[in-house]
Structures are given as structure tokens and as C-alpha cells.
Design a protein around this ligand. Structure first.
Ligand code: FCX
Length: 413
């Protein structure tokens, strides 16, 4: 049976040919006009990147390599041997260098877990196979191989980093060892101290999958791809992803949702009426704040990642009071956002639900939530980094314009 690396080596030549033919046939075709508004408007909708791992449809949501979340749930994992050998490979790579442990142990517990996460991941660049191979003059054609090794190391080391941050910051004792006979989700749960709870382990399997990738234009994915395009190694590139994920409009929203829910509960009490909840949502908007967990730059319907988590909750924790509040909010917020008339998408995204599930099993420290998002996002970003190096993706360098230049270009048009 082929290893992941051997399988990639088989696939890469055909994909290089595929890209070559696609460019020969379509390379000079236009994707339509670019509007000046798109330059000022965060490039929303601008076709600008290639990202093969997943594609996002505004109505349907994410598909991973062409498959919806329910389809993935049916299909994965159906290859026990591959799962076992991959789990063993990651377990063998999981240890982090002493000096990185030291960096984490020296961080004050008041430093946000995402900053600690980013520091540790960036520091792993000390042992980058890619950086070393580059210094030794590796040929372009071989770039993907040390990139693959770095990406596997990166993914493998994240549970130890996340577990160490969690235990350091919240005083949860020493990290146990990785178990080479168990899967990644079990090991992650165990390092956090929740391995005994089989439902939590199951939740981690769902969580890791649905957060892994959301096409290429979101801040964390794009930041990783952009930095990787400078041939910065995967640790530096993924460190950039994490810094982007740590923003409240992106991955930090899962923390913000829980803070918002708790504030709501303390303000209007538990089991509050729909009217009281509605008033609280309006107060949030009138205070000039966003309703965290709602809206999306691309999606125009309920995020299927939200739905997958809701299904999990209906099965495992239907009576949880916070879950009920999340369900109540789902009935109220879209109407309010529509009435307010600004948000293009009034529906919930992935972050509206994840914190409630974690809290249910006792992982209540909301400042840690985005770290779990980051562990998951490594899978999607790493996969694309490998493909980018295999396909010879160029340095990213779009053109920027000054407002004066825009005015000049369109002066007499
Ligand atoms: N609450 C209040 N206002 C909202 C809103 C929300 N949930 N969503 C959008 N709006 C507002 C925007 O702030 C913007 O206001 P402005 O005109 O005064 O600047 C206006 O509606 C139009 O924005 P829109 O085009 O709909 O959305 P964008 O593509 O600009 O932004 C995000 C998308 C996700 C950033 C936005 O919906 C938001 O701030 N949501 C809350 C934060 C959140 O949940 N982020 C997580 C998203 C995601 F799933 C992830 O990355 O993890």
C-alpha cells in the first residue's frame, strides 16, 4: 500500500499536465470585468487564486474535493489501513523541540493562546526541511518533497503545541504522551485532557474535518498561500495563517460568540423570551458591533458546517441550555439582520455553533477556541502549500493603485 507521499508522487505529473493543458486552452480568456469597487471593497468576488482542496458555493456551502459535508461523513474514514499508517506517521513526528516547549512555558498566561500558537509554529521553522533544502540549492522540481515533510511535521506537532498552551494557560497539569496506536483526534483530545470522553473525541473528528478548509480566499488560507509563495517554509506560512485566523471577523469569532452569549445570559437571564433576545440583538447592532457567528463574505445560506454541528448537538446534547439558546437565536437573528438591512448574509456561520459544543464537554475556556480552529485549518493550508510547490505556483504579486491613479484612469471615461 502506497504512503501519502508515494501517492502524491504518482499524482503530481498528471496534475502538472492538467494545469498546462488548462492554461493552454483557457489561459487568455477573461473572467469578466474588475470593478473599482472591488479594489476598495476587500476584493470580494474577485477571481484571483487557484485552490484545489475545496470550493465554496454561496448557496450550498463548502465541498471538499467535490464532496459535501454529508457526503464526506458517509465516506470517511473507510480506509482503516491508510488511517492507521497515517496516524502512526503523525505520532512519530509529534514531539516538539525543547526550545519551543521553553518558549511556550515562558509565555505569560495572559498572552492570548493564539499569539502563543503563532509564536510556537513560527519557531518550528528552526528545523524546516524546506528551508534547509533551499539553502542547499534544491531544484524547483523537488520543492514539493521537503514541503511535504514540513507539512506533515507541522500537522503532527500541533496537538502537542495546542495541548501545552491549554495546560499552561489554564493550569491543567502535565501533558500525557501521544499514543501511536490512536488517531489524531483521540490524541488531540487526550492532550487537552478530554480523551476519556468518547463523545468529545467524536466531536473532535467532526470539528477537525469541517474546519480544515474553506477554499482559498479567506484570510487564513490566503495568508498562508501568499506567504508560501515567497518560498517561506510551511511553518512561516502557516504562522501567517494563524495571525489572520486570530482576527475577530475570522476565526476569533468562535470565542466572540461565546462571550456574546454569556453576556446575553447575564443581562437577560437564562430562558429569556424571544422578545428579550431580539432586543439584545438590536442593542448589539445599535452599539455599532457585529453579531458574531452570523454573516459571511461568500455564503448566502446557513453554513453547512453550522448544520453539521447542530445535528451533532441534536443527537448528543439536545437538552443543553446553551444549545437551546443557540437554537433560539437562529430563529431570531436572521430576521433582525434582514430588517437592519446591511448584512448581505443574515445566516449563521461555523463559529455560531462550535463553542457551545466545546463548552458542553467542559472545554469552557473560550479564549482557547480559535486554537482548535487553527489546528484544523492546518490540514487545508498545508495541502495547498504542497500542491503549490508541486505545480510551481509563482510569487503572488497583484497590482495596487492609489486613489489618485484611479481618478486619473477614469477621468474622461
Ligand atoms: N452583524 C452586524 N453587521 C454585519 C454582520 C453581522 N453579523 N455581518 C455583516 N454585517 C455588516 C458589515 O459589518 C457591513 O457593514 P458596513 O457596511 O457598515 O461596513 C455590512 O453588513 C455588509 O457586510 P457584508 O458584505 O454582508 O459582509 P462582509 O463580506 O463585509 O463581512 C463578515 C463578512 C463575516 C466579516 C461579517 O458578516 C461579520 O462581521 N460577521 C460577524 C463575525 C463573524 O462571524 N465572523 C466569522 C466568519 C467566518 F465564518 C469565519 O471566518 O470563521
Amino acid at each position: 500500500q502506497a504512503t501519502l507521499k508515494e501517492r502524491l508522487a504518482e499524482l503530481i505529473p498528471a496534475e502538472i499536465q492538467n494545469v498546462k493543458e488548462t492554461r493552454a486552452e483557457h489561459g487568455k480568456k477573461s473572467f469578466g470585468p474588475v470593478l473599482v469597487d472591488q479594489l476598495y471593497g476587500g476584493m470580494r468576488g474577485l477571481p484571483a487564486l487557484i485552490w484545489d482542496g475545496s470550493v465554496l458555493d454561496p448557496e450550498e456551502g463548502i465541498r471538499f474535493r467535490g464532496k459535501t459535508i454529508p457526503e464526506c461523513q458517509q465516506l470517511l474514514p473507510k480506509a482503516p489501513e491508510q488511517v492507521t499508517s497515517l496516524s502512526k506517521d503523525w505520532a512519530a513526528r509529534a514531539a516538539i523541540p525543547d526550545f519551543v516547549e521553553d518558549i511556550l512555558d515562558r509565555c505569560p498566561p495572559t498572552l492570548h493562546p493564539m499569539s502563543q500558537f503563532s509564536l510556537a509554529v513560527t519557531a518550528l521553522n528552526h528545523d524546516s526541511a524546506f528551508a534547509k533544502a533551499y539553502q542547499q540549492g534544491v531544484s524547483k522540481k523537488e520543492y514539493w518533497q521537503p514541503t511535504f515533510e514540513d507539512c506533515m511535521d507541522l500537522i503532527a506537532k500541533l496537538p502537542n503545541i495546542a495541548g501545552r498552551i491549554y495546560r499552561n494557560v489554564y493550569g491543567r497539569g502535565k501533558l500525557p504522551a501521544i499514543d501511536a496506536n490512536k488517531d489524531y483526534a483521540y490524541n488531540l483530545a487526550t492532550l487537552l485532557g478530554f480523551g476519556e470522553k468518547s463523545e468529545f473525541v467524536e466531536l473532535m473528528r467532526l470539528y477537525l474535518t469541517i474546519h480544515s478548509d474553506h477554499e482559498g480566499g479567506n484570510v487564513s488560507a490566503h495568508a498562508g498561500k501568499l506567504v508560501g509563495s515567497a518560498l517561506s517554509d510551511p511553518f512561516l506560512a502557516f504562522g501567517a495563517s494563524l495571525n489572520g485566523l486570530a482576527g475577530p471577523l475570522h476565526g476569533l469569532a468562535n470565542q466572540e460568540v461565546l462571550i456574546w452569549l454569556r453576556k446575553m445570559q447575564s443581562k437577560i437571564g437564562q430562558n429569556a423570551s424571544d422578545e428579550a433576545v431580539k432586543e439584545y440583538v438590536w442593542a448589539t447592532l445599535k452599539g455599532g458591533q457585529v453579531v458574531p457567528g452570523y454573516g459571511h463574505a461568500v455564503l448566502r445560506k446557513t453554513d453547512p458546517r453550522y448544520s453539521a454541528q447542530r445535528e451533532f448537538a441534536l443527537k448528543h446534547l439536545p437538552e443543553d441550555p446553551l444549545f437551546k439558546l443557540v437554537g433560539q437565536i437562529y430563529k431570531i437573528v436572521p430576521g433582525v439582520l434582514l430588517e437592519a438591512g446591511k448584512a448581505k448574509n443574515p445566516w449563521p456561520n461555523v463559529d455560531a455553533h462550535s463553542g457551545v459544543l466545546l463548552t458542553h464537554y467542559g472545554l469552557e475556556e473560550m479564549q482557547f477556541y480559535t486554537v482548535l480552529f487553527g489546528v484544523s485549518r492546518a490540514f487545508g493550508v498545508a495541502a495547498q502549500l504542497i500542491w503549490d510547490r508541486a505545480l510551481g505556483a509563482p510569487l503572488e504579486r497583484p497590482k495596487s493603485y492609489s486613489t489618485a491613479a484611479i481618478q486619473k484612469i477614469f477621468k474622461d471615461k
